[in-house]
Design a protein around this ligand. Sequence first.
Ligand code: SF4
Length: 294
Amino acid sequence: MKALFEGIIPSVNYHLWEPCNMRCKFCFAPFYDAKKLLPKGHLPKEKSLELIQRIADFGFQKITFAGGEPTLCPWISELIAFAKEKGLTTMLVTNGTRLTEEFLNSNKNHLDWIILSIDSADDETNINSGRAVTGKTPVSLQSYKIFIDAIKKHRYRLKINTVVHRLNYKELLLELINYAQPERWKVFQVLPIKGENDLHITDFIINDFEFNHFISNHRQLKEEGILISEDNSEMKNSYVMIDPAGRFYTNKKGMQEYSSPILETGIKAAYDQMEYSFMNFKKRGGLYAWKKAI
Ligand code: SF4
């Protein structure tokens, strides 16, 4: 695998499309801008494959497929397999609802990590935040455990992502996390992004004190190095993200700003337009042993 230019963040999140079966009211990934650019709001399969080729050629080491809900994309497995073939460590962020036995079985040789998004074990909280199928049907605690069992049965590495907001910052998720035993539990302070999640965000914003309340309620996991917390300032400009239209984007000013399309401009020139911070990436613990143990 090619070495990256010095100071370039080695992992990339590819938000390949916007469609999702959940309706989280704080979601910062509706990608309105991509819809203005492309009729379907996302690249077709062939262009996504070309993009992954560029990502690998550039020297990125890890790709995280995200959305929307990436398992809704009919060609997601082809993208994962192609990325793996190109030598990348592969990850998938999912709300879990479409992790069928068939999906888990057919991707297990190409997909290294599954990142399960779980904010709450309480049905009412999940319905009120929109983290529920069509905004109405939440995933029960029992169903989350079934997802986790299935992920482990197929020997994927497991990470859990949790967004902390006004409705769940007092909640204790210890039972679920202890059951799941993820290698990493990423805990994010809900992030307002202008133009993306303005409509409901004031109902969800929490201050640093409230965010730290959640963290200190789970401090043992923090001390063990399982819980990795990210407040709003740590999240800004420390993620290399690609939108469904194939452009890098950054949220450093609290809104999405986009590069030129990577397939037109070239990946280095597009990356340089973003001024991502490698230092912030390192500071938030972005470098860790993500390669699958053989
Ligand atoms: S599951 Fe993820 S992509 Fe879907 S609405 Fe919720 S935050 Fe957005």
